[in-house]
Write a protein that binds this ligand. Structure first.
Ligand code: GLN
Length: 289
């Protein structure tokens, strides 16, 4: 072990927080990053860092902190370093096989809860990843029956682990490619946060996305391929008057609305996320097909 690796032993919380300056070139939130790493290592809430700034790390904690700090200096996402991410106040395990849940995806959860007032709704979450959307909906609506699918076996395992950990027995997780394993079933709501980024998008070279799987991020046809496929097939699996809700990129809203209307969806609308980006479009299956 090099001196560099052991050098954080015996340093106080206050001194370690100052190391956030070493993250300035890789992170928009260096201070918060170091706080989250410290909370993870100490297994304490953030308030502890400010109540006990003179606390010293043990040898083991010092080595662990250095490893995580170096990971972050290489740009690795905080969620990968600590192995979890909060979504809709649920603590979800995260790994390299799926997208890290994003705060903007809470808009989809919020909208689904607002528009779907059936107490016993049947819901399908396509491309569930960590299970974030399905589990957030389950946490709010224990009487809904929710099916979540993902094509990636490791994502299915992870979503199932998160489901079991949270103890939601109204969610079923299944492996499948979009609607492939769904034949014969009909839903009141279908939601998806599919891959929607164009492979040439410069955004893919920056920040956390560099460490996330392309299967969860990138789609052919300027990012529209999976969105189009879901819209084309969805009505076969929707009850009359049921909703289809899709997260998409901030330049894709108009085309999404056109695609939904062209597929005979009605009441087609777009909603804007907290950053002011058009992020979610949805429509309703025409009731009198
Ligand atoms: N919103 C994510 C991003 O821009 C992408 C999510 C997705 O492709 N579904 O990083």
């Amino acid at each position: 072990m090099s001196i560099e690796e052991t050098s954080r032993q015996g340093m106080s919380i206050a001194d370690l927080l100052k190391l956030s300056s070493t993250l300035q070139s890789v992170s928009d939130s260096p201070r918060l990053d170091v706080e989250v790493l410290l909370c993870h290592i100490l297994d304490k809430p953030r308030s502890y860092l400010y109540t006990w700034p003179e606390t010293l790390l043990s040898d083991e904690q010092g080595v662990m902190f250095e490893g995580l700090l170096q990971g972050r200096q290489r740009g690795e996402p905080i969620a990968h370093l600590v192995g979890s991410k909060e979504f809709w106040s649920l603590e979800l395990e995260v790994n390299i096989h799926t997208l890290i849940p994003r705060p903007e995806t809470e808009l989809l959860v919020e909208t689904a809860l607002e528009l779907m007032n059936k107490p016993d709704a049947r819901v399908l979450d396509l491309g569930t990843g960590t299970g974030a959307i399905a589990l957030a909906l389950a946490s709010e609506r224990p009487s809904w029956e929710i099916l979540a699918v993902d094509v990636v076996p490791e994502a299915v395992q992870l979503a199932e682990k998160n489901r079991r950990h949270l103890g939601f027995d109204n969610v079923t997780i299944r492996q499948g490619d979009w609607f492939e394993q769904i034949s014969g079933q009909v839903f009141d709501l279908i939601v998806a946060n599919p891959p929607y980024i164009d492979r040439e998008d410069a955004h893919l070279q920056r920040g956390d996305v560099r460490f996330e799987p392309h299967t969860a991020l990138v789609a052919h046809n300027q990012g529209f391929a999976d969105l189009e496929r879901i819209i084309a097939d969805a009505s076969q699996y929707l009850a009359e008057g049921a909703w289809l809700m899709l997260e998409h990129g901030n330049q894709q809203a108009r085309q999404l609305r056109n695609l939904l209307s062209a597929a005979d969806f009605v009441e087609v609308k777009t909603r804007t996320d907290l950053q002011g980006h058009e992020r979610l479009s949805y429509g309703r299956c025409f009731p009198f097909r």
